[in-house]
Design a protein around this ligand. Sequence first.
Ligand SMILES: C[S@@+](CC[C@H](N)C(=O)[O-])C[C@H]1O[C@@H](n2cnc3c(N)ncnc32)[C@H](O)[C@@H]1O
Length: 365
Amino acid sequence: MTTHDDKYFKFTLTKDHSVGLYNTVVDDVYHSIYGALEEAQEKFIEPLDFVNNFSNQNHIRVLDICYGIGYNTKALLKKIIQTKYKGKVYIDVLEYDKNLVTISPFVKDTLFKTYPEISYILSYSFLKQIYENRNNVNLIMSDRNNRKFFEPFYCSLMKKYYYLGYSYNPQSKYNSFLHNIYYHCISQRIKKPLKSFKLNNFILTPYFDDARKTIKALTNKYDIIFLDAFTPSKLPTLWSLEFFNELFRLSSPNCILVTYSNSVAIRHAMVDSGFFTGKLFDKDNRHCGTIASANADLIKNKLDDYDVGLMHTKAGIYYRDNDLSSSAQKIIERYEKEKSESNLISSSQFIKKHKTEKNLCHNMI
Ligand SMILES: C[S@@+](CC[C@H](N)C(=O)[O-])C[C@H]1O[C@@H](n2cnc3c(N)ncnc32)[C@H](O)[C@@H]1O
């Protein structure tokens, strides 16, 4: 019981006290060190303007691409609970790492004390998968280096049920494991839980495969899409024009897609897929991502002439992945080749030209 296959990720505590991860293979962080939960809140939830854009709908369909340990979904659930949204919420979870999804209800995320129902919703939704992956879940959670990154309640519960060999009974989700969680998270802590909050309004469906493969088979139209893939230059597989074409196909007319990336090439791929695209700013007015929609009215800070100009420089060349199955290396090679053979001006030339023209205009006034 000393080894398990989670060594490709390492836990860390981020500055808002939620747990973050680092991937040793991709050499990239899953979350901002400034706060995993705060990042989800700022970059993925605030831009949705949930109350104005979604609270009147009788159901909401969400696509969480690259769920990881679920901060974007968790932060959205928090928003839904806060705003007392009463409709059904369908969340399709795309993540090829089953370990992450199945530990996600149990990770310390600072929400447990104030919104314990969130971890219950996740435990309830992923119960079957947690059971199937119980060996890894238990190994990850019981590793003494990891233990501090999980809620103590869940550590002891997992230990107890793992060794007792709790069994998942598909006929009744309310088996004793879940019942313990329900008791701890809901009935003991929330007064009149079923009146204030309908737990069965939340339908989360995990898909454990390459998101490119999953997406081709999806047919629903989504109202909200989170795209939280690793940095494009490190893993471009979920940032190609062809991937955005699929996202556009899956967008409802008022769908909002949000991502943390500010990349010119990514925005260009979104625009060429049919999306209206805009910039996101954090509370200090710094760029913090991109928003896209088929409905131009939902984009507050639209791309301006300067942004569009940049798209038509070498920096705006996007990744290509014709049949959505190329390796990351192949995608990068094709991209590098296209860039080296391109006659477009470089972004630095464009910026210089833009500054000169701006100064000229300024001097003429
Ligand atoms: C930056 S992290 C996302 C963090 C996540 N949103 C969270 O709250 O923890 C990127 C995630 O994408 C997953 N991933 C990367 N490429 C993928 C692919 N092609 N298909 C599905 N999941 C992928 C990784 O396993 C990782 O969990």
